[in-house]
Ligand binder design. Sequence first.
Ligand code: HEC
Ligand code: HEC
Length: 454
Amino acid sequence: MNGINPNAIRAFTSWVLVLCFWLVANFGFCQTPKGNAAKGYEALTERAFVPGQFPRSQIDNAWKLWGLSEKPANYGQLFRERYGLSEAPYPNKGLPMGLKASRMPFGSDGASLDCLTCHGGSLLGESFPGLGNTMLDLQAIFEELSTKGTKPIRTPYTFSNARGTNEAGATAVYLGGLRNPDLSPRLPWRNLGLHDDLCEDVPAWWHLKRKKTMYATAEAEAASVRSIMQFMMHPFNLTSAFNREEDTFRDIQAWILSVEAPKWPWGLDSGKVSRGEVVFRENCSRCHGTKDHYPNKVIPLDEIGTDKTRYAGIEPAFGEFYNQSWFSKERNGWFGDGYKSQRSGGYQAPPLDGIWATAPYLHNGSIPTLEHLLNSKTRPSVFTRTFRTNEADYDRVKVGWKTISPAEGITDSALEARKIYDTGKSGRGNQGHTFGDGLTPAARGDLIEFLKSL
Ligand code: HEC
Ligand code: HEC
């Protein structure tokens, strides 16, 4: 230390500390605004972010397309069951959760989709905002409600092929093709790689707080507010609407981060739970983490072996559009100007909190229960379910929704055909993720008991 003056070291250190403090205060964390969860819930449940898509008169008269001769007394209930919507657990002007009263482009009464169409599910008969809606028939909603008549309309691409899943990715790709990077409208439509067979199962919102990257393929940053605004690309929303609503969506994101996983409502065998935890640690936690630590791992497609259609179905052309566009230019302090999407080469091993409540499983909803997931030889290749979520519809042993073998001959209408999940169809493969196959039945039973406790 000869020759170095300790006072100079002290002075230098304090100078560095002051500089760091100033940088952080001016450009770092302090610049990232925080959302307000309560305001976010208000926005989610009270506001429409796209102009009316469905005339109110059609919502009130859709029974005319159902082959009925008069309006049934329990119309509201039949309406919810046909389209896979639940009662709104908040005031919603007589509409179910997932439809929001709004004005049609020329001013008449109408309704729009909102986030809860897909992200508002139902569990044991109770509506549950933040749980993926695995009952939804989005194709029927567009065909039968966006008309003003007694014949279903033809949609420009398929909104859902298998009931309970949807083609949200295709919607982003289709609508992105009508925008320039600054989100001003463009014509003619540009094909950014439209595929409508990705068969997406909607993830539960309570996972977002644990994730660094989001979507099944982990190709977007979980912190991005603008990414979840892609839903607003309705052709009538101008660029100014996106800028105006960014703070609202920050609030919505804050509410999403506050959603908690539901607890298994029945008894658990604590001996089995602790034995199951050991099985989990030995076979599963290298990818899925533990209760306290979530590793955010992406597993390459060939290693996980699950259906690749979802991964391949969002093409680099869309990624390039996204990365040039307003969506990726979110300001985030001094060290970066946005959240770019990136190719990941695989699927993210999701957190497993509340996994009992989010059947069916995998990114494409191809596996009805945990028992089937963890014993691949037993997975059904064609199945249907009641599309209700009461206790009677839930399988507490296999853990997931009860399956029914489809009766012959009920596939004559497209609506009935969508209720049948056929794993032989494109995007719906149920292969891969065979990590439970080598377990003994006893170890698998213990593991499932542990998974119920998460
Ligand atoms: C048409 C159905 C649909 C609508 C409407 C919708 N989403 Fe989603 N959302 C999905 C699907 C499907 C995924 C999963 C996509 C994938 O990875 O394949 C998803 C993923 C997400 C994720 C990432 C979750 C995770 O853990 O990776 C967030 C956050 C999200 N949506 C927020 C929203 C918000 C906010 C809205 C309303 C502005 C909204 N979504 C509207 C279907 C929808
Ligand atoms: C090599 C990494 C890896 C291992 C080991 C692994 N998983 Fe997974 N797991 C994944 C990935 C990746 C996915 C998502 C795959 C997809 O959706 O295509 C997944 C999906 C799941 C899902 C479905 C999640 C949902 O929301 O649909 C469950 C449940 C699950 N794993 C449980 C387990 C259990 C239990 C074990 C141990 C027997 C295990 N995993 C072992 C990587 C792994």
